[in-house]
Design a protein around this ligand. Sequence first.
Ligand code: 13P
Length: 279
Amino acid sequence: MPLLTTREMLRAAQADGYAVGAFNVENLEMAQAVVEAAQALRAPVIVQTTSSTLRYAPPEAFAGIVRALAEAADVPVALHLDHGDSAQLAERCLRAGYTSVMIDGSALPFDGNVALTRQVVDLAQGMPVEAELGKVGGKEDDVEANAAYTEPEEAERFVRLTGVSSFAPAIGTAHGVYKAEPKLDLARLEAIRAAVDVPLALHGTSGVPEDAVRACIARGICKVNYATDLRAAFTAAVRAYLAAHGAAFDPKGYLSAGRDAVRARVAELIGVCGSAGRA
Ligand code: 13P
């Protein structure tokens, strides 16, 4: 089917108390793996690319790939810009066929974040826009950040002033690899959920224990982002394939190994999200 926007998908998840998995992809094979896993489990799914991924290959290329994969599937697939670093990039992605964008002004002071996010909501002309307030810690795309928790009253004001369609609060997760088990502030999440009515996105989910992810979903998270986990699965499988096939030279061999590993991991994570059988 054609690419869907994240709006319908996330509203359905919010209404029924599950989350849609949002999986970061870096290439054709990872995009195939995500859509294949979603198809096999009859799950709605979000394929997403960060700003740095779009410096590696342009949005038009990812839009072409993911649109073709979605059209060959019969489960809902959305294509989302994750951590958009400028209004220009968000606009270019939407023009290329992305069906959702995030603008990340979380490093700016509150008013600057509101102004940038508002600009993207305006240029998106009704397409869904996600934004972040407070800082999810760790290495976010290629920017290092210290965690700063989102205040519920600020979240309410931010969502009201910007008109965003989904919101990423900082509740103690971090992007990248955790050095110690993350401490999630579930009471804060509940307070944010009570303060805003738009769907909430969890960032930095790789390495968060499954029970903690489920606890967040039970408290109103309905989009769960995974990036590091899939990059690691892909790379480990490619490394193992090349170690076992020292004379291999056809990329289709080792890239298939990476694709198989990501498909298997995405299937497990769809299970954590509770989105299997929802499409
Ligand atoms: P992880 O790399 O920790 O899974 O974070 C993913 C994410 O939030 C992308 O925006």
